[in-house]
Design a protein around this ligand. Structure first.
Ligand SMILES: [Zn+2]
Length: 355
């Protein structure tokens, strides 16, 4: 039986979090990646079962570690008690394969374009490892084993034949994808906090002071966003996307769909904003009209601009995440329309154009 009651599903996710001291952060990475993928995969029928492609999942997990394995004060943080692990080693090899340190500050999609063979090789390593261990173990908490997210009977192997037989996917049970997407705003921060705690414990020897680990592990990378910022200014003018004020040097690159919600750094999700709008909007969901305008800049244009700086565009992912985010929010969700104008979400706002 599927668990589509949000409270019951939420309790089981919390049980995953609290299931004893972790020796590595894999389970947390898989769960955060599944939450993000659920938001981008919300079906029209809330009760539908939803397939999650294992290459997509492997990519998301690599993306999380890609950012986390960049050095902090010259040190690469451990993600396991002994500092070892197949997935971390795979992502580290990809980091080593992109020669310049500039590239290591760009999104993983850029590395995938620059070093495609290494990327594909390492993604396969990661996928097989996820299927063999964390995906297999995620639903086993202590002595209990309940399949509340997906059928894991065939997992625990790294056989490519078996993966192929299951269409290279795990299937979220009926109703689970929709419920995960609903819970994501509550549950994802809890998983991130646990992750920060784990990394702090695993790296205790490294730091005398208390570095801002939460920002290092999960914050938006403002420095890396300078390059897309210049391109956006050249293409669409140096004015605030939201209030149209002219931007001088104090421009901010804003994530239209908040970074904390969906983690999309692609050009399709980026605009220039004045500091007032940027600060005031913060992590609020914007008026869907803003997203329509951001996407209305045109897929071809955004793709071409992104390509010109070797940056991901992520047009389809922005569309999918917008659909999932708004479809699963309650009517009372605060919606940011403009500076100091926040109203409850209204269903009539949510109209997506055919794209
Ligand atoms: Zn503004």
């Amino acid at each position: 039986m599927a668990t589509t009651d949000p409270l019951t599903l939420g309790q089981r996710l919390v049980a995953v979090l609290e299931g004893g001291q972790r020796t590595a952060t894999y389970k947390l990475a898989v769960m955060v990646a599944l939450l993000d993928l659920a938001v981008e995969s919300v079906p029209d029928d809330p009760e539908a079962a939803v397939s999650i492609d294992l290459d997509d999942l492997a990519h998301r997990v690599m993306d999380l570690y890609w950012r986390q394995l960049r050095p902090l004060d010259g040190e690469v943080l451990r993600q396991s008690n002994d500092g070892r692990g197949v997935v971390f080693a795979a992502v580290s090899r990809l980091r080593a394969a992109v020669a310049s340190s500039n590239l290591r500050e760009t999104p993983i999609e850029t590395a995938a374009i620059r070093a495609p063979r290494v990327y594909e090789t390492e993604k396969l390593v990661v996928k097989r490892n996820l299927v063999r261990y964390p995906l297999h173990l995620l639903q086993r908490v202590g002595s209990t084993h309940e399949r509340f997210l997906y059928d894991d009977a065939w997992l625990g192997t790294d056989s490519l034949r078996l993966i192929d037989q299951h269409d290279n996917a795990i299937e979220l049970l009926p109703g689970v994808c929709f419920t995960l997407a609903r819970l994501a705003p509550l549950v994802k921060p809890a998983f991130q906090l646990a992750w920060v705690d784990d990394v702090r414990r695993m790296n205790r020897a490294l730091f005398d002071d208390e570095p801002d680990l939460a920002h290092h592990l999960f914050g938006a990378d403002r420095v890396a966003l300078q390059k897309p910022g210049f391109v956006l200014g050249d293409a669409f003018g140096r004015e605030c996307f939201y209030c149209a004020s002219h931007l001088t040097s104090g421009q901010h690159v804003d994530h239209v769909l908040p970074w904390s919600r969906v983690g999309l750094d692609g050009l399709s999700n980026l605009v220039l904003a004045c500091s007032l709008c940027n600060t005031n909007k913060s992590d609020l969901l914007p008026d869907p009209a803003h997203i329509r305008r951001a996407l209305g800049r045109g897929r071809d244009r955004l793709d071409a601009l992104a390509e010109s700086i070797n940056w991901p565009s992520q047009f389809d992912r922005v569309v999918a995440a917008a659909h999932g985010l708004y479809a699963t929010q309650p009517d009372t969700t605060p919606i940011w329309r403009a500076t100091k104008r926040v109203d409850p979400l209204s269903r009539v706002d949510i109209v997506w154009p055919a794209l």
